[in-house]
Design a protein around this ligand. Structure first.
Ligand SMILES: [Ca+2]
Ligand SMILES: [Ca+2]
Ligand SMILES: [Ca+2]
Ligand SMILES: [Ca+2]
Length: 458
């Protein structure tokens, strides 16, 4: 990465950030001056003057007094947050983005992964202290409890930076290489779900940060697309044209919000069913292995959504709208493209990946590219799937999940997925075929023995 293209990329960011926390034109307090009487407007104006002189401590006290006088005074909330942010070295929004840009190899990494531990710790603590105030402001703004002079939308880009930085620091804690939580190629932008397994106990907090960032991204999508670019390795950008980056970013934001909604609501004891991705094992007890596409729809017809999700490399969020290269390696826009409604994960098609050449998802004896039914939707076009309310994959057409209501089916799956001791089997294959149906009907006794391999008997 040359210096020139690096600085070229920074410029849109400077423009984007100039309206946010890094900028100073948020303040338009009334010129009334009665600070002695705890007039919120006057206190805020005084606070702003102190802020301009970099007297952050006294500015902070004035903004706090303004909030005490009128808790709905939005400019005081934002002023207070700016003080907390600016009084900490290296913590203004522009500096955080430039950290993201710093890396020895920008194609696979970003600066947060390479910084010293103590520096990462300081930044993380500093962001938390700002978020204490910003989060209170956002709750007030979104529930109509401010004067609306400054809105969440005015600071959304900076908020996204803080949250994305937090998320980047969490990734840093669990792995030294950001290969591809997010990646992209000519087919679209993707979440590498398998990478999320590495996060372990950090997964839920990570998703929470990412979802908060995603909400901000949706409020300020154009600025956020620029910010996202700064945080992603270069390798994620080469195939997506700037004109589509905002759509792809918003689509991805929706996916993250969906994932987080599920992560925060799923019963603790069933977390593994939904948040271990692509492990090549049946995690929910229906006999199928990694059967679901994580698309927020039920793909096998058992009534549950995105249970036992697979690893795949084509979450196509925007279909055919990407840049392709012609014979001169010049970027060309595919004009025949169609942009899907990005409020859901609009998966167009799935590519089999190498590891599934040896994993039989439906246990019918064929796998990988030899069994395209495991990888193709009954209806390919996502809009048509919505219209027909049919999101099944082809392999699931003939699957049966007999039984009464969903709660009973889940109870049975729970009994079976915890029946893991091959030397003390409570639910025989015959019983499983009756209780669940699903893919169990395809199992031989030999397959059944293999199901227990790698499971911890409890
Ligand atoms: Ca399964
Ligand atoms: Ca699995
Ligand atoms: Ca399902
Ligand atoms: Ca699904």
């Amino acid at each position: 990465m040359s210096k020139i293209s690096q600085s070229k990329r920074i410029w849109p960011l400077v423009i984007a950030l100039s309206v946010g926390i890094a900028g100073c034109n948020l303040f338009h307090p009334t010129e009334s001056h009665d600070a002695e009487n705890d007039d919120a407007a006057a206190l805020t104006l005084d606070g702003y003057h102190e802020f301009q002189k970099s007297n952050y401590d006294s500015a902070r006290r004035l903004f706090s007094r303004a909030i005490a006088a009128d808790s709905g005074y939005s400019e005081a909330w934002v002023g207070l947050s700016k003080c907390v942010l600016n009084s900490q070295e290296g913590l203004n929004a522009f500096e955080l983005v430039s950290y993201a840009q710093k890396a020895d190899d920008k194609s696979t990494s970003n600066g947060f992964l390479e910084m010293q531990d103590h520096e990462a710790h300081l930044i993380s603590k500093g962001i938390d202290s700002v978020l204490i105030y910003l989060n209170q402001f956002i709750v007030r703004d979104t529930t109509g409890k401010t004067d609306k002079k400054v809105r969440f939308s005015d600071i959304a880009d900076s908020y996204a930076i803080l949250l994305l930085t937090k998320a980047a620091l969490r990734i840093r804690n669990v792995q030294t290489e950001l290969t591809s939580v997010l990646s992209a190629d000519s087919a679209g932008m993707k979440l590498n779900l398998n990478t999320l397994n590495d996060l372990g106990d950090s997964l839920k907090p990570f998703l929470k940060d990412m979802a908060a960032a995603s909400e901000a991204i949706k409020v300020a999508p154009d600025a956020s697309a620029e910010i996202i670019k700064a945080y992603l390795p270069d390798s994620t950008r080469q195939d997506i044209g700037d004109e589509f980056y905002t759509d792809a970013t918003v689509g991805l934001a929706n996916t993250v919000i969906q994932l987080n909604d599920r992560a925060q609501t799923v019963e603790e004891e069933r977390t593994d069913v939904f948040f271990v991705f692509g492990n090549g094992m049946d995690d929910d007890g229906d006999g199928c292995v990694d059967e679901e596409v994580v698309d927020n729809y039920d793909n096998d017809g058992d009534g549950e959504i995105d249970e036992d999700g697979r690893d795949y490399r084509s979450v196509v969020l925007v279909k055919n709208t990407f840049i392709t290269k012609d014979e001169n390696n010049t970027a060309q826009v595919n004009k025949n493209g169609k942009v899907y409604d990005l409020t859901k994960s609009q998966v167009d098609y799935l590519n089999t990946i190498e590891k599934y050449e040896t994993i039989d998802i439906d246990m019918n004896g064929k796998m990988g590219t030899q069994d395209p039914d495991e990888w193709q939707y009954v209806i390919r076009d996502p809009d048509d799937r919505d219209e027909n309310d049919n999101h099944l994959l082809k392999f699931a057409i003939d699957l049966k999940f007999p039984g009464k209501n969903l709660a009973t089916k889940i109870k049975n799956k729970e009994l079976i997925r915890h029946d893991t001791d091959v030397n003390n089997i409570k639910y025989t294959l015959k019983k499983r075929k009756e209780m669940i149906g699903g893919c169990w009907v395809n199992y031989s006794e030999e397959d059944f023995k293999k199901w227990f391999e790698g499971r911890n008997a409890k």
